[in-house]
Design a protein around this ligand. Structure first.
Ligand SMILES: Nc1ncnc2c1ncn2[C@@H]1O[C@H](COP(=O)(O)OP(=O)(O)O)[C@@H](O)[C@H]1O
Ligand SMILES: [Mg+2]
Length: 296
């Protein structure tokens, strides 16, 4: 089995039903983007520009209103076996142990018990959580929870990893070390990756290309090539600094304010939950839980 798949968005429009105006909210407006097999892409853009929507379509949780989303050349009509999706809230189940959380995706896919044991044990070892297999999420630090969400993806034998601001709740120092973990995982396994992030540095550290979306309705503003990424030393180079500046300038044209982003991140959980619930009843929340159940 190949380690990586292609992802193609072709002229994708996504409209949500809404109580306001003409009853529709256009979240994405004609997104065209091709991700090569094994390519790690970072998506950045103002709040509400359709980043999560883009990931939900790639995960097969929602269908485009028009246009197409293809994974390995086939339309994504439902969650795929080998797509791992880490939602913004990580999607961990508080009532399940670390082991059971890591096993969720495999159990749903009806993988034989012995194989589940082998794959989960290996995945927990890979993220350094072997000693916590019988703990519960509430007993873990933020960084450990993040690593658990990653272990769940690793256990799946994914060829596509979709991540929705997975490090947003983590403080700066630990964040860099988890970014190293993500980079290392990609270098060893070579899966295709789409990372949604609020952080310019994170996008430049982890994205081979950085996709900048406009404010809602999301349109592709810029795709910034970033060939130097791929090593931990990159952070210390002049090229890294230049690239961060380039992304910052592209974002400035969208009305995005990096200084405001830190505050936004602090309350992102509340805002996302509240906005989704207000806008769509529990539909968005359900979609995310379903995503965790189905594709975790
Ligand atoms: N289920 C939904 N129903 C109605 N509107 C939604 C729903 N989900 C998202 N939206 C709206 O679509 C836009 C894009 O949302 P989203 O993809 O979550 O943005 P981002 O992740 O970039 O912050 C936002 O304006 C949001 O309010
Ligand atoms: Mg989002």
């Amino acid at each position: 089995m190949s380690n990586a798949c292609t992802v193609d968005f072709a002229d994708v429009v996504l409209e949500y039903a809404s109580d306001a105006g003409d009853g529709r909210v256009r979240a994405l407006d004609g997104l065209t983007l091709s991700v090569a097999a094994g390519e790690p892409i970072a998506i950045i853009g103002p709040s509400g520009c359709g980043k999560s929507t883009t990931l939900h379509m790639a995960a097969g949780l929602i269908a485009p209103t028009s246009g197409s989303v293809l994974v390995d050349g086939a339309p994504v009509e439902k969650p795929r076996q080998r797509t791992a999706f880490i939602p913004q809230d990580l999607g961990l189940f508080p009532w399940k142990t670390v082991y059971q959380n890591a096993a969720t995706g495999l159990v749903i896919r009806k993988v034989p018990k012995q194989e589940v044991r082998e794959r989960v044990t290996a995945a927990l070892a890979e993220v350094g959580l072997s000693d916590f297999a019988q703990s519960y999420p509430k007993e873990l630090s933020g960084g450990m929870k993040q690593r658990l969400a990653l272990a769940r993806a690793i256990a799946l034998d994914m060829d596509l990893l979709l991540m929705d601001e997975p490090l947003s709740a983590i403080d700066a120092l630990l964040r860099e070390s988890l970014q190293d973990t993500l980079l290392d995982l990609w270098k060893r396994r070579g899966q295709t990756q789409i990372l949604v992030t609020h952080s310019i540095e994170e996008a430049v550290y982890l994205g081979r290309r950085i996709v900048v979306l406009s404010a809602r309705p999301g349109r592709l503003m810029r795709v910034i090539d970033n060939p130097g990424m791929g090593s931990a030393e990159y952070r210390d180079t002049a090229e890294f600094t230049d690239r961060c500046r380039e992304v910052r300038h592209a974002l400035a044209q969208t009305g995005f304010q990096p200084e405001a982003a830190a505050d936004e991140v602090a309350v992102a959980g509340d805002v996302a939950g509240g906005a989704a619930a207000a806008a769509a009843g529990d539909a968005a929340g359900d979609a995310v839980s379903a995503a965790a159940e189905v594709t975790a």
